[in-house]
Design a protein around this ligand. Structure first.
Ligand SMILES: [Zn+2]
Length: 430
């Protein structure tokens, strides 16, 4: 973008402006200049700015996905930084955090630093890099947490393999607390191949253990992709006790249950697996009530030839960046369970706060990281049209209601009407 355009800015005109943190829900305009919000109000003068008609659309603080597998380094045939971050922009996300279970795993400060540099060059939206909590992600030895933080890690994760040894987990939590880095913990089945439903007891048991350890260390902890009623209950109890526990749920666990999966379709194979209708209902309720703080996709791309080898042999994981907003709006907002403001909070302010990112408010002076979406647009999911390199979506062929129209980071459009506008890196404001 030329400095000239930057100088004149963008006026988003006539949208429904929703920022739950400000108690704001009104029709009006947002004026963006030099990467920041210059004014919010009615009938603003463009003063030479590009005018974008937001009539019938919602303008909200930019969505953030705190759980994404970008597959780089090592598996760029499934996804890479450019394709994954373009998928994020297309889905309305203004930032994402990527998981460290790459090949090789991101278990040293140097590796984190390299990826931070690479995403700075190749990503279309800002990317926060998570590091491994243990060496090689094997759950045996805690990494040098201070070094990981110094090299730019935003959080530490045990994605891929659970940490079996309670002593290791306890040390990991203590170290994260010491260096104020949030651990994002996968309390999921390990050791063998869990089939649909097999890990039902394992998740609540691990969540209960980790809450106990975190309480002992007075350490904050975040749980990735909670999928069972019992785990949600354990998190509810922990929050009631005042513990610093947060959690996320995926759009697919909120919208689907095991019964929805066609027999043998590996595009419904993920970890944790789809659960019972009672679990799905409990999860929905937990998200609506804020017991589960936020939505995160666990976007896990796999190439078609890897997913089409039969259910048992296929790898775990489904993509989600380009369907998340539509799935969540369909399952929670259009069903009448949750307000638009509630959905926006769970997909923007909360993941930002958990990751420790700067606040984005629809008010003068804040960074212009915005999502514009049509809450009522009906569309049918066609994975062939995705920006992601992979196609493994359990929502293929489904009709969703609600879709991102435009995505802006640091005052510049990265996606408008489905088109990706900037293939080179944005100046990160993270
Ligand atoms: Zn994951």
């Amino acid at each position: 973008m030329s400095p000239e355009t930057e100088k004149t800015g963008i006026l988003l005109r006539g949208g429904r402006i929703i920022d739950p943190a400000l108690g704001l829900d009104e029709q009006g305009d947002v004026l963006v200049k030099a990467g920041r919000i210059a004014a919010v109000g009615a009938n603003l003068e463009p003063y030479g700015a590009e005018v974008f008609s937001a009539r019938g659309l919602i303008i909200c603080p930019g969505l953030v996905d705190m759980h994404v597998h970008l597959r780089s380094p090592g598996d760029e045939h499934k996804e890479d930084i450019a394709s994954g971050s373009a998928a994020a922009a297309a889905g309305g996300f203004t930032a994402l955090a990527c998981e460290p279970n790459t090949r090789p795993p991101l278990d040293s400060g140097m590796m984190v630093k390299q990826l931070v540099q690479k995403v700075g060059l190749e990503a279309i939206v800002p990317v926060c890099v998570k590091g491994c909590l243990t060496i090689a992600g094997r759950g045996e030895e805690v990494v040098d947490v201070g070094e990981m933080k110094a090299c730019g890690a935003t959080a530490l994760s045990n994605d891929g393999e659970p940490i079996e040894d309670a002593g290791v987990m306890k040390r990991g939590l203590a170290e994260c607390r010491r260096h104020t880095l949030i651990p994002t913990i996968h309390a999921e089945a390990g050791g063998g191949i869990p089939l649909q439903g097999d890990s039902h007891c394992r998740e609540p048991a691990l969540v209960a253990r980790e809450i106990f350890l975190a309480a002992k260390e007075r350490a904050p902890i975040h749980f990735s992709h909670i999928s069972t009623r019992e785990a949600a209950e354990a998190i509810y109890d922990a929050k009631k006790k005042g513990l610093a526990v947060t959690a996320e749920a995926t759009p697919h666990h909120i919208a689907l249950c095991g019964e929805d999966a066609p027999v043998g379709d590996a595009n419904f194979k993920m970890n944790p697996p789809l659960r019972s209708p009672a679990d799905r209902e409990a999860l929905q309720k937990a998200v609506v009530e804020g017991v589960i703080d936020c939505i995160a996709t666990d976007h896990a791309p796999h190439a078609p030839e890897e997913k089409s080898v039969g259910f048992t042999a296929a790898p775990f994981g489904v993509i989600g960046l380009e369907t998340a907003l539509g799935v969540v709006l369909t399952a929670l907002y259009h069903s009448g369970l949750m307000s638009l403001g509630g959905v926006i909070t769970a997909m923007s302010a909360r993941p930002r706060a958990i990751l420790g990112l700067p606040e984005v408010r629809l008010a003068e002076g804040f960074p212009a990281d915005l999502t514009v979406f049509d809450a009522d647009a009906q569309w049918s999911v066609e994975p062939e049209r995705f920006r992601s390199k992979s196609r493994n979506s359990p929502f293929a062929g489904k009709t969703l209601k609600g879709r991102a129209t435009a995505t802006m980071t640091a005052g510049r459009w990265v996606m408008k009407d489905g088109e990706i506008l900037d293939s080179i890196s944005q100046k990160s404001i993270l």
